[in-house]
Design a protein around this ligand. Structure first.
Ligand SMILES: [Zn+2]
Length: 68
């Protein structure tokens, strides 16, 4: 889980805790998620999603696709 600010891997900025919106595309479908826990670099804008949150989203999308 992301719990605190961290250094950005791509620049010398700081990646700070944030809730971000992101659209995931799977099998030609778009899944829009809001308020995903993540770190966002205040310099280059790179977003690092929380691994646990990302797994949960991937699982939800997979279940949605399988249930059709
Ligand atoms: Zn950066």
């Amino acid at each position: 889980m992301i719990e605190k600010d961290d250094y950005c891997e791509f620049c010398d900025g700081m990646a700070r805790l944030a809730l971000v919106s992101h659209t995931f595309e799977r099998h030609g479908q778009r899944f829009e998620y809001k308020d995903i826990p993540a770190l966002k670099c205040d310099k280059c804008g790179e977003v690092y999603f929380d691994g646990v949150a990302l797994l949960k989203i991937e699982k939800e999308i997979a279940e949605f696709i399988c249930s059709r």
